[in-house]
Design a binder for this molecule. Structure first.
Ligand code: ATP
Ligand code: MG
Length: 310
């Protein structure tokens, strides 16, 4: 690593999510603008990714994280993307757990003073019917602020005795409400491709993110799901899908990783790898501030690709 690379990297560590001054910026300021060091390749790529994520859309955008296999890093992906979009864009982002059964987005995200979920929101949708009277602040009774990560989480039903299902109409009503108050909607999904709310999310999504770990079973599940969506009539699937491939352990099967990258590159717009991160292993509340530099940089790249595809 050259000295310049080292300084670039240190600056990125210090400035993720905030205004980037960097050592070049400091030299510019200290010299009163007389010295203007050029940006290095890494810094240019980093700034380009941030700019892609910060772009203006002409309406709200919905991204669904999908793979019918459990443990495919869908929930982790929604939280990492929520953190990335939230901090780089400065808010306007929600992660919504659209699991048909009890999902884990609520317990992996930062807690709130309330325990309300999609179910309570559905029960109380009437209070948001009047578009002139209902306010984003009223949603605070249902969503959970992720603090410095600058996004909100709407959890799935957390009652142990849950018997009801989320119908397609329920999905559409909550989706329409969230579209009124957020610019980017990240939807976590469950494992049943036949569930009404799963199908409704796939239909409503502007972009699908197939998440997978570097494991044969998880990788094949994602491919099988893409086949099923294609058979169900989803058109241009390749152009509305990107892949995020997570390392499930510190040491991965590189031959399998290469195969998965190759096959998903044929089926989706692009494949983005994210590393194993020890702070994610416990499956408890994601400590956003402790994510490794490599994890943050990888998700920045992946989210830039998502934004570019929207
Ligand atoms: N990059 C990573 N490094 C280390 N651990 C990870 C990483 N990504 C995910 N994990 C861990 O893998 C486990 C499964 O991930 P996750 O819950 O996100 O999968 P999921 O697809 O949402 O599963 P389900 O369908 O059961 O909800 C979690 O404990 C999570 O913390
Ligand atoms: Mg999950």
């Amino acid at each position: 690593m050259t000295a310049t690379d080292f300084l670039d990297r240190r600056d990125q560590e210090l400035t993720f999510g905030a205004a980037t001054w960097g050592w070049r910026g400091r030299v510019r300021r200290w010299s009163g603008g007389l010295l203007k060091p050029a940006m290095g390749v890494r810094e240019r790529a980093y700034e380009a990714d941030r700019a892609a994520i910060q772009k203006d859309f002409d309406g709200p955008r919905t991204i669904a994280f999908v793979n019918p296999k459990g443990g495919a890093a869908k929930t982790t992906g929604v939280l990492a993307a929520g953190y990335t979009f939230g901090t780089v864009r400065g808010g306007g982002v929600i992660g919504w757990d659209n699991n048909e059964t009890r999902g884990t987005l609520g317990i992996r995200g930062a807690r709130s003073t309330h325990r309300n979920t999609t179910r309570e929101l559905l029960d109380d949708l009437g209070r948001f019917k009047d578009v002139y009277q209902s306010r984003i602040g009223d949603l605070g009774a249902f969503v959970r602020s992720q603090g410095d990560a600058h996004f909100d989480v709407l959890a799935s039903d957390e009652r142990p005795d849950v018997t009801g299902v989320i119908h397609a109409k329920d999905f559409s009503e909550v989706h329409a409400l969230l579209e009124r108050f957020y610019r980017i909607l990240l939807i976590d999904t469950g494992n049943n491709l036949r569930a009404e709310n799963w199908l409704a999310a796939a239909d409503a999504a502007d972009l699908l993110v197939v998440t997978s770990t570097v494991r044969e079973d998880t990788g094949y599940s994602g491919l099988w799901m893409l086949d099923a969506l294609q058979d169900a009539g989803h058109e241009n699937l390749k152009y509305k899908t990107i892949t995020v491939l997570s390392d499930p352990s510190p040491k991965v099967d590189e031959a399998l990783a290469r195969d998965l990258v190759q096959v998903y590159e044929q089926r989706t717009r692009g494949v983005y790898r994210v590393p194993y991160d020890p702070v994610l292993v416990s499956g408890s509340v994601v400590p956003y501030a402790e994510l490794s530099q490599e994890t943050r940089r990888s998700w920045l790249r992946a989210c830039a690709a998502m934004a570019a595809a929207l």
